[in-house]
Design a binder for this molecule. Structure first.
Ligand code: SIN
Ligand code: MN
Length: 220
């Protein structure tokens, strides 16, 4: 069983979970993905102000945000095409880190101890440039708030902030590096989190400065 490097505010952090070869394969996969399903600039509900990051998705549902609100939908909002499937390499990472993580073994219902979480239905891909951030928020647009969320960091280092159940509460920060994985499960599934800083140029993985974050979620 793979053990997390540390658990902070209920978030399980697996430092250097993916080696450089696996990280490069993921970057190649995303390079192919964006030919068909390009990054676009999402906007805020109501105000229509641009979000900090650019986004695209893989899977049955993609998370989108625009003037009409946050939601999941089966098609890319610009191309109107279905999102590409989540590739096997990413499903294998899901299986490895959610299947083995404490998240599963800690569950109070003993009958669920050996079960496997259902497959993710969304892989949101966020692209951060040098000055981008992500405000503190809870992942709660899914119908499923039980299956853990898995987040993969690629490229430049980022300061990931972890809070609790209250907006504006005390937070702890950890620098996420390329290849790190975070699981938000159990009590952390609905905890506040965000990204307060990108350390631009700290990784040579992408062909220019920037950070990619892949977030895998069960939606329904
Ligand atoms: C998110 O919470 O949607 C992204 C977190 C990250 O970029 O590490
Ligand atoms: Mn989130």
């Amino acid at each position: 069983m793979i053990k997390p490097t540390l658990i902070q505010n209920g978030f399980e952090i697996y430092k250097q979970a993916l080696n450089v070869e696996a990280q490069k394969q993921l970057v190649d996969t995303i390079g192919r993905l964006i030919v068909r399903s390009p990054f676009y600039q999402p906007t805020m509900p109501r105000t229509g102000k641009p979000l900090n990051v650019k986004m695209t998705n893989m899977g049955q549902y993609g998370w989108v945000s625009d003037i009409n609100g946050y939601r999941y939908q089966p098609t890319h909002p610009k191309t109107m095409q279905a999102w590409p499937d989540i590739p096997q390499q990413i499903l294998d990472i899901w299986q490895c880190f959610t299947g083995n993580s404490l998240t599963e073994f800690n569950r109070s219902n003993p009958e669920q101890k050996l079960s496997h979480w259902p497959q993710p239905q969304c892989c949101l891909v966020n692209h951060y440039s040098a000055n981008n951030k992500m405000g503190m928020h809870v992942d709660m647009d899914e119908q499923d708030h039980i299956t853990p969320v898995l987040s993969i960091s690629l490229g430049d280092d980022a300061m990931f902030r972890m809070g609790g159940k209250q907006r504006g509460g005390k937070t702890n920060g950890i620098k996420l590096l390329s290849g790190d994985i975070v699981i938000f499960g159990n009590e952390a599934r609905l905890n506040y989190h965000g990204v307060s800083k990108i350390y631009s140029g700290t990784s040579g993985l992408l062909n220019k400065p920037g950070r990619l974050n892949l977030t895998l979620r069960r939606v329904t």
